[in-house]
Design a protein around this ligand. Structure first.
Ligand code: PXG
Length: 445
């Protein structure tokens, strides 16, 4: 499977020792390294010239496909004109242009954008906004944050506190105080092989009423959930579930935060999951697809009422004591402006929606293959869950990953689930290739 166009990129591996790799089995990886040297469109090439179809858009980010010429050009141009400008008490034009573009496509009422450099930072920023919002309004007893089991909100202390993935939490002490968690909504027994949002499970949202009653509503600042949980293996909200969370939050004056780090920018078949699913939160966190993965950037989108609440102190005073050296970095802002243009010009939001059923049919054709206990999908997101090998959770998925990669398709596995989130430029024949490679792997492993 060596691709000739990549031959000139084959090179000897550097010494791998010094780099401490994130979320990686370092010792295992360094014995059998897989390095990506080049990427284009829906493909990446390894350092030794192997061409691999990218079924996960990098890591849920490269929605416009890799190395899109328009985005590349925008970054190159920006780097030559303005490399950096401080974000505090000074700024630069591109980031204002971006804020306008982004709030133009955001759900109605989300008129303000605060820029950060990652999903983790977006989450911590949104949690801090929620706490400060209540305090400014004289409701400073609202300090509790509610997350959800199996939730992934990045790796900052805020994000792991509201997150619900135990290996990401257990090593790191007591975390933020006053956090509670909703039950997760994953249930293979009830919902296996559902196409789109599952029917069973709306009652799980009512658990928020119990949590609210336990702590008293006057102590709760915000609820944060992913509309669709990605990291924990694609967990879809039951029909009516997000609506119910919204109602309960409204009843008790609690802010609702949607973590749309993976679901925004076309992934669900619309610009935001909030719009596709018809539920409006108070804050939205984004990252990843904002720049199609090219330059690190995230954003928190805030409703006018939240921004206005902050704009009430003495003029000239800083309203929100928060921000990062690289907030709204010129290269990221240029990349994001170009990315949002590409999504619009190439009709990728509509394309994602129109391809949903093709991906759905392909994925569900894997029902009946060895080990497959569930297939789930929504928009350009899919998951195939496998029966775990007794006493060896994740081992089956690791085998699947290796087999697929060796056969020219990269898939993301988490637990014993393979997740799919291809670039939105993907074509039907490439979807076929993903499905048939996974089928072959399931039969072979
Ligand atoms: N929120 C959500 C919903 C995410 O999916 C983050 C926050 C954190 O973003 P940063 O940019 O700080 O990494 C994420 C990240 C996976 C996987 O395997 C997904 C993520 C990260 C690592 C693995 O699906 N999403």
């Amino acid at each position: 499977m060596t691709d000739n166009t990549a031959r000139n990129l084959e090179y000897d591996l550097p010494d791998l020792q010094a780099y401490w790799m994130p979320f990686t089995g370092n010792r295992y990886f360094k014995k059998d390294p897989r390095l990506i040297a080049r990427a284009k469109g829906a493909y990446v090439w390894t350092h030794d010239g192997k061409k691999v179809l990218d079924s996960i858009a990098g890591l849920w980010c490269c929605n416009a496909g890799h190395c899109h010429p328009k985005i590349v050009e925008a970054i190159q141009k920006q780097a030559a004109v303005l490399d950096y400008a401080t974000a505090f008490q000074l700024s630069h034009p591109k980031v204002f242009e971006l804020a306008n573009k982004l709030t133009d496509i955001a759900p109605d009422g989300f008129d303000y954008a605060f820029f950060v450099n990652s999903g983790s930072e977006a989450v911590d920023t949104a949690l801090k906004m929620a706490l400060a919002y209540h305090r400014i309004r004289g409701d400073g007893a609202r300090t509790r944050l509610i997350g959800r089991e199996k939730g992934y909100h990045g790796v900052g202390f805020g994000g792991i506190s509201v997150g619900g993935i135990s290996p990401n939490r257990k090593m790191f002490g007591a975390m933020l105080p006053g956090v509670d968690h909703l039950p997760h909504t994953h249930n293979v027994e009830k919902n296996a092989f559902t196409r789109g949002l599952p029917e069973w499970g709306v009652h799980l949202a009512d658990e928020l009423e119990n949590i609210v009653a336990l702590h008293d509503p006057s102590t709760i600042a915000a609820v944060i959930v992913e509309p669709i949980a990605g990291s924990a293996g694609v967990i879809l909200p039951p029909q009516g579930y997000l609506q119910r969370l919204r109602e309960i939050c409204d009843e008790h004056g609690i802010l609702l935060i949607f973590d749309e780090v993976i679901t925004a920018f076309g992934r669900t078949g619309d610009k935001f999951a909030a719009t596709r699913m018809g539920v409006t939160p108070d804050l939205i966190t984004t990252a990843k697809g904002l720049t199609s993965g090219t330059v690190p950037m995230g954003a928190v989108l805030a409703k006018g009422e939240i921004y206005d609440t902050f704009m009430t102190g003495p003029e000239g005073a800083i309203e929100f004591f928060h921000g990062y050296t690289y907030s709204g970095h010129p290269l990221a802002a240029a990349a994001a402006c170009a990315t949002l243009d590409v999504y619009e010009e190439e009709g990728l939001y509509e394309r994602a929606l129109s391809m949903e059923s093709y991906l759905e049919d392909g994925l569900h054709s894997l029902k009946g293959e060895p080990y497959v206990i569930d297939v789930r999908n929504y928009g350009m997101i899919g998951a195939v869950e496998m029966q775990a090998i007794d006493d060896q959770p994740t081992a089956r998925a690791v085998q699947l990953f290796r087999h697929c990669f060796d056969n020219g398709v990269s898939v993301r596995t988490t637990g014993d689930t393979a997740a799919f989130s291809p670039p939105l430029i993907i074509e039907n024949k490439q979807i076929d290739q993903i499905i048939e490679t996974v089928r072959g792997a399931l039969r072979a492993i």
